[in-house]
Design a protein around this ligand. Structure first.
Ligand code: ATP
Ligand code: MG
Length: 415
């Protein structure tokens, strides 16, 4: 962090039915800690909603993050993660080297310099009275993709392109990607990384295609080719049209965890408890969650960490699971694998259908209901694999690398 890092950022939001954003409050840096204070003007609005409870209840005064966090999770969720941070850092320092360290810039710098069309329903400004959007750029997908590859390779970028890429990276995740709009669709374009040694983009494309065919609620995706390279287009679910922005929180935030504790304590079983307590339609949601866990195991997606799940926060304060995203079969060197979040109440996370069956009551399902979800998914994956692979443009080699290795891997079926 540098002395020129901003110490304050104002949070703005779009209230239901309103076209113009309003100021919600301020974040103040206090060393590594960040406090949040609601603006009085916001608290006094009849349609004001808390950003997320119990973290930031709509009360006067300064709110300090609880549970060992350095910033409220619902605010941290809005910032770029490693990929977006690297893009912003590259613009500051010219180009990245192996010594580049994203902790050189502060959270508030990352929030204030990333584009305004960010994931979710908030934005960050230096002013409490004037909203100045940092708009997404008009650069082409091909230019942005080349710029992303330049950043990864540590090459210098022309300033306009560095600026364009910065605007497009107000999104989490580690992989190279940009936000863009195409006619009236808001999209995420996920690129291959220069360090990929396998067809990651197409692997995600086929898993998302199969998830949809298996009846999961999943973000629409499409694999396209740009300049001879694969790109996964993902439709944003936080932009339902009509200029609306849906507010959401990650499961990391719902569980009150940070990046480090998330890896250790992330748990579907704890999420299930939250769903029972504060989600709309808990039984249907738990069934969907159980189905997503089963699907992740069947396609070998072990990267199902708490930032790869999220919930919409509605104006009536209820939570709803967002469509599923970032389902990508992961390479493994041995058959045994674990999911990133525990499935059972006692921390069971082995990537096996037996783990799901043993924990089914956590998800309000009996054994025969759970077995039927599993059987249906296996049957869909087996019968629709070829079509899904065609839709995701997989080559024969890609298919051989994935099918019966990660997708329908043998370990999943061991008892
Ligand atoms: N369809 C979508 N609509 C809105 N937001 C989304 C959508 N898909 C992903 N996101 C948000 O963008 C973030 C990054 O996306 P994603 O998880 O696909 O990237 P990634 O780089 O592959 O992540 P990881 O670091 O987990 O590998 C997610 O954590 C989520 O907050
Ligand atoms: Mg992700």
């Amino acid at each position: 962090m540098t002395t020129s890092d901003p110490q304050t950022a104002f949070v703005w939001t779009w209230l239901a039915g309103a076209g113009e954003p309003v100021v919600v409050g301020r974040i103040d840096a206090d060393g590594p800690m960040h406090t949040f204070t609601y603006a009085r003007s916001y608290r006094e609005r009849s349609n004001a909603v808390p950003l997320y409870e119990p973290e930031l209840p709509l009360v006067p005064g300064t709110l300090r993050p609880a549970g060992g966090l350095t910033v409220a999770g619902c605010l941290r969720d809005c910032g770029p993660d490693s990929w977006g941070q690297r893009v912003i850092l590259a613009r500051h320092v010219g180009h990245l080297t192996s010594a580049s360290d994203v902790s050189e810039l502060s959270l508030l710098t990352y929030l204030l310099e990333s584009g305004s069309d960010r994931i979710g329903g908030l934005d960050f400004q230096v002013s409490a009275t004037e909203y100045v959007p940092r708009a997404t750029s008009s650069a082409t997908l091909e230019q942005l993709m080349a710029a992303a590859a330049d950043i990864e390779a540590g090459r210098m970028l022309p300033l306009p392109l560095a600026e364009a890429l910065t605007r497009g990276t107000s999104i989490g995740g580690a992989r190279p990607k940009v936000l863009l709009t195409d006619a009236d669709r808001s999209l995420i374009a996920k690129f291959a990384s220069t360090t990929d040694i396998r067809p990651v983009v197409k692997a995600e494309g086929v898993a998302m295609e199969l998830a949809r065919r298996a009846g999961l609620n999943v973000a629409p995706t499409q694999v396209i080719q740009v300049a001879g390279k694969d790109v996964l287009l993902v439709e944003r679910f936080d932009r339902p049209g009509g200029g609306q922005r849906r507010h959401l929180v990650s499961v990391l935030t719902i569980l009150g965890l940070d990046e480090f504790t998330g890896a250790r304590y992330g748990s579907y079983a704890l999420l299930a408890d939250h769903i029972r307590r504060s989600f709309a339609r808990p039984a249907a949601t738990l069934r969907e969650l159980f189905s997503r866990i089963v699907f992740n195991i069947l396609v070998g997606n072990t990267d199902d960490h708490p930032r790869n799940h999220a919930a919409f926060v509605s104006s009536d304060r209820s939570l709803t699971l967002t469509p599923a995203y970032d389902i990508c079969p992961q390479p493994r060197s041995v058959p045994q694998a674990n999911q990133a979040m525990a499935i059972g109440r006692n921390g069971e996370r082995s990537s096996q259908l037996a783990t799901c069956l043993a924990a089914c009551e956590v998800y309000l399902l009996d054994t025969s209901q759970a077995q039927s979800i599993i059987d249906t998914q296996i049957s869909v994956i087996e019968t629709q694999w070829r079509d899904a692979a065609d839709a995701a443009r997989l080559t024969e080699l890609d298919r051989e690398q994935l099918f019966r290795r990660e997708i329908l891997n043998e370990f999943a079926f061991r008892s």
